[in-house]
Design a binder for this molecule. Structure first.
Ligand SMILES: Nc1ncnc2c1ncn2[C@@H]1O[C@H](COP(=O)(O)OP(=O)(O)O)[C@@H](O)[C@H]1O
Ligand SMILES: [Mg+2]
Length: 431
């Protein structure tokens, strides 16, 4: 799929019924049921032309990311122009389909291939039209797509009446820990976060709990403007909406990142109970809250661990590591962390001395939940700041993280309404 499109293929004239280059009042289109229209294309001329077909104001933006903060709460049909037929824009459309049920997308493409059609429908785009597109066909498509949209007002009221800590969402807290540095915690936390965010209909949050030298943002190629320090400065009034202002979204997946302090000097200012409050506020709107911890016990780490629903201990399977894990588990036992919540993630599972997994599980008294192979794709992905589940999705490492995410996403399926992707495909097929 090319990032470029052939502008000459876009026959603007055929958009309008009478062949004029912009829609006149007779042909202008108005939606009766409060659904609004937005247009997105990198080319301003395309946006302008599409906008001119509709009465009233039409939001427009040069990319889906730029449109994101104009989505609002009322039902919206977003017309994606030819420049949106790229993998990165379709990834955002996919996330919208999950996270913004009141928004529907239609793609207009200058080159309609079966591959693009399949891909677009799979990610939740409601329909794909080939340019030159005929105006009545576009209006008919918008009407059909808008019909299936949830009522914008109702959605807004539900959102407004939601309590600060909405008890209907109580996200699952997954802490990622180890008894040793460099064991693969951040690799695990970021890949699990991205894999969960891609499949989840509720937001997924990752909190970088390695306050001194957190590298979650770097691993996700993010340049956060805010961090846990800003959230903690507002801790007394912090709620689910406010904390999101301090998060940075990993666009390809939608994962929401609360990054470690931008200056390690601030690490000392964070107390355990504040970290627990951050986790609680995050789980009031997120389906999953992942906390990437450092490889040591301190007050903040212990508090975070106590707030876990699940504690992943990332370890390699050699004797010194197993000994460390055993000691760590004894500490956790003293803290009354239930054994059922503790799961071992065996990292670099196939390297070094191979110990029998079942023997190790028996010796430790806890189960291994995942085996992550040792693979050069991991350091490559770290250097490129793109998690393996995106950069090398077919690798054994990515598959292991996807399986791990699948185990945790089961609970989310119960909490959240199902995505409308399936029904859109059906609608497309029966029309
Ligand atoms: N399965 C693996 N295969 C190969 N290299 C790995 C694997 N897991 C981790 N690494 C390497 O180990 C380094 C440390 O991992 P990281 O997740 O930062 O550890 P931690 O957060 O526990 O300190 C990474 O930069 C990565 O290159
Ligand atoms: Mg780390």
């Amino acid at each position: 799929m090319s990032e470029e499109y052939d502008f000459s293929n876009l026959n603007f004239e055929s958009f309008s019924v009478d062949g004029s280059t912009s829609a006149d009042e007779e042909t202008a289109f108005r939606l009766e049921n409060g659904v609004s229209i937005a247009v997105v294309d990198a080319d301003q001329a395309v946006c302008d032309y599409l906008s001119s077909m509709f009465e009233g104001s039409v939001d427009s933006a040069f990319s889906l990311s730029a449109m994101e903060n104009q989505l609002g709460l009322s039902s919206k049909v977003v017309i994606m122009g030819p420049s949106c037929a790229t993998d990165s824009e379709l990834a955002i459309a996919e996330r919208w389909a999950k996270q913004h049920p009141h928004v529907a997308t239609i793609l207009i493409t200058s080159e309609l291939t079966t591959q693009l059609l399949r891909k677009a429908l799979r990610v939740g785009v409601k329909d794909v039209l080939a340019a030159p597109v005929d105006q009545s066909q576009l209006f008919e498509t918008i009407n059909r797509v808008a019909e299936g949209l949830p009522d914008g007002q109702e959605l807004a009221e539900t959102a407004l009446s939601a309590p600060v800590l909405d008890e209907s969402v109580s996200g699952r807290v997954i802490n990622v820990f180890s008894t040793k540095g460099g064991s693969g915690k951040s690799v695990t936390a970021t890949n699990l976060g991205v894999a969960l965010a891609k499949r989840s209909s509720l937001p997924v949050v990752i909190i970088d709990g390695h306050l001194q030298f957190g590298d979650v943002a770097v691993m996700l190629k993010l340049q956060p403007k805010h961090s846990v320090v800003d959230a903690i400065a507002q801790i007394d009034s912090l709620d689910g909406q406010m904390i999101q202002q301090f998060m940075t979204v990993h666009e390809p997946s939608g994962l929401m990142v609360l990054s470690a302090p931008l200056d390690p000097m601030f690490a000392d200012q964070v107390q355990g109970e504040q970290m627990v409050r951050l986790i609680e506020v995050a789980k009031s709107f997120a389906g999953h809250v992942i906390v990437d911890l450092p490889g040591l016990f301190n007050e903040v780490v212990l508090s975070a661990i106590e707030a876990s629903d699940d504690l992943l201990i990332v370890a390699e399977l050699d004797i010194p590591n197993i000994k460390n894990v055993k000691v760590g588990l004894q500490t956790l036992e003293m803290l009354n962390i239930p054994k059922e919540q503790i799961h071992i993630v065996i990292n670099r599972a196939d390297s070094k001395v191979k110990l029998d997994v079942t023997e190790v599980e028996k010796a430790l008294g806890v189960k291994a939940i995942a085996h992550i192979p040792s693979d050069v794709v991991v350091p490559i992905s770290v250097n490129r700041s793109t998690p393996v589940v995106i950069s090398a999705p077919k690798s054994g490492v990515a598959r292991a993280f996807e399986e791990l995410a699948l185990r945790f996403s089961e609970q989310d399926a119960v909490l959240a309404p199902s995505s409308s992707g399936g029904s859109s495909l059906k609608k497309f097929l029966v029309r």
